[in-house]
Ligand binder design. Structure first.
Ligand code: PHE
Length: 497
């Protein structure tokens, strides 16, 4: 048999004396705290040593009117007493009551029961009632509030009183309480027999060691698998933990982290990325614009080169988009819609021949919030620059990244972005849901993007949503859950998966 906890033994013993008991009974007979009794009951029940029987009880107590009647007598009794004292006139009698309603109710009741007769304005006592069941009940409840209805039903007279007073507002209150009866099962009885009567030591203390008692007594075995109340320490948010994991991976792959502002001029969010000024992504329905315009956001000459590239391709070998580029469009401020604005800005500022950088940060899109879309979410973005880099290297980089996150099955297929050629979409297989999930978009930056900033070597670029990966990790099917701040989920989401 598994060792029993001291608390369990105490409860079993308490039950052996009485057979079954309720919680209060166990608390008083075991001399344990309510919490200890509850815990022991839970464990014993899990072991099949006890069973719980829940019953409902109605408790009857005095209401405000009932308490008043206890002090001053029932109004009908007061009426009789006034009559006995010789007050007979209706108006006079009425004056002796606090309110008219109470008076007329008592008068009606006394008349119906044949105690009085009313002629003209005069009330006459014809039959003085002896003690009423209601009065017995008031007395009973004055000694002990909250009497079980069941107990009252047993006494015919008292129950008459209950019925009567329940029909009068505020005389009685009725409360339903659940009662749990704990009783020993056959297994429990067997366990009880095998409990060694000898007292065991709960712990080794300086006293028990010095006195040598520890030699004579047995030490209580501890069930290290017994359930214990969970303790929730403060911890970081799962999304933040995941961001750190992503950082670790890129850093381990030789990348350096870069950062940038959440607010960007359209120039960096769109124009530098060869996204034409009439592109639908730039519309207000999709993008959040901020008041004001950007100043000194880029090198004058480079702005001119971007402008020329949009118009006719400048010296990039492209024919451009064939329209007149306007700087006032480029100066408008937006909440960045992708983190590609950060990597392209890095290229323009550093003009690297070789580089490996990444960024993780928030982006904003004016979309409806649904189970799969947020207005504000995170992207993971990166670029690798080098003289001999190819599309194969890009696929290799991304596959490595996914593999380190535990995602083994990866596929790539062609797609379109205004700023990369060729462009690809990557999907990974999500085992738990049995489907392919779209993750990063990627490609090699077009010459229209790199040449205006003097970057000559191929630039591999990719970017995609972070929340989807977190959802896969925690097996969630609604992104909103990530930011709903439900404590139960935040506390229980595992740290390691
Ligand atoms: N910016 C793209 C997006 O938000 C992803 C991307 C980044 C595509 C870099 C190509 C290159 O989906």
């Amino acid at each position: 048999m598994q060792p029993l906890h001291l608390l369990e033994k105490k409860i079993l013993r308490a039950l052996s004396e009485v057979g079954q008991a309720d919680l209060e009974g166990l608390i008083s007979s075991s001399k344990l705290s309510e919490d200890q009794v509850r815990r022991a009951i839970e464990w014993l029940q899990a072991k099949g040593f006890i069973q719980l029987n829940t019953t409902q009880k109605n408790l009857i107590a005095l209401g405000s009117k009932g308490l008043e009647a206890l002090k001053e007598g029932l109004p009908e009794r007061r009426l009789i007493q006034h009559l006995k004292k010789g007050v007979k006139n209706l108006v006079e009698l009425k004056g002796l009551f606090k309110d008219e309603q109470e008076f007329s109710a008592s008068l009606g009741r006394a008349k119906r029961r044949g105690w009085i007769k009313i002629t003209n304005d005069c009330v006459e006592l014809v039959n003085e009632p002896s003690r009423l069941p209601e009065e017995d009940l008031l007395e009973k409840l004055s000694v002990k509030q909250n009497v079980e209805e069941e107990e009252l039903v047993k006494d015919k007279v008292l129950y008459e009183g209950v019925k009567e007073l329940l029909s009068r507002p505020n005389y009685l209150s009725k409360k339903v309480v659940k009662k749990v009866q704990v009783s020993l099962t056959e297994q429990g009885k067997a366990a009880l027999k095998s409990i060694v009567e000898e007292e065991e030591l709960d712990a080794l203390t300086p006293e028990t060691i010095i006195s040598g008692i520890w030699r004579q007594k047995r030490l209580r075995a501890i069930d290290v698998e017994a359930p214990a109340p969970p303790i929730y320490a403060g911890r970081r948010h799962p999304v933040q933990l995941f961001i750190d994991e992503v950082r670790e991976i890129f850093i381990s792959m030789g990348f350096e982290e870069i950062e940038g502002s959440l607010i960007q001029p359209c120039f960096w969010n769109f124009d530098a990325l060869f996204t034409p000024q009439d592109h639908p992504a730039r519309e207000m329905q999709d993008t959040f614009y901020i008041k004001g315009v950007a100043q000194n956001y880029a090198d004058k000459e480079e702005i001119a080169k971007v402008s020329a590239t949009h118009k006719d391709g400048w010296r990039t070998g492209s024919r451009g988009w064939g329209y007149n580029w306007r700087e006032d469009e480029a100066k408008k401020l937006v909440l960045r819609t992708h983190t590609t604005s950060i990597t392209v800005r890095y290229l323009a500022e550093h003009k690297p021949k070789e580089a490996r950088v990444f960024t993780v940060g928030r982006v904003f899109r004016n979309e409806k919030v649904t189970f799969k879309n947020l207005v504000e979410f995170h992207q993971i973005e990166g670029i690798a620059v080098g003289p001999r880099l190819t599309l194969r290297d890009l696929m290799g980089l991304l596959s490595t990244f996914y593999r380190r996150l535990g995602l083994e099955k990866v596929k790539f297929w062609p797609t379109f972005f205004p700023y990369t050629e060729p462009s690809m979409q990557s999907v990974v297989y999500y085992d738990k849901a049995g489907k392919w999930i779209e993750l990063c978009g990627m490609g090699i930056f077009r010459p229209e993007v790199t040449l205006p900033f003097g970057v000559k070597n191929p630039v591999l670029a990719w970017g995609g949503g972070l929340e989807r990966l977190v959802m896969m990790k925690y097996d969630l099917d609604d992104v909103r859950e990530l930011y709903a701040n439900r404590l139960s989920w935040l506390r229980r989401s595992p740290l390691c998966l």
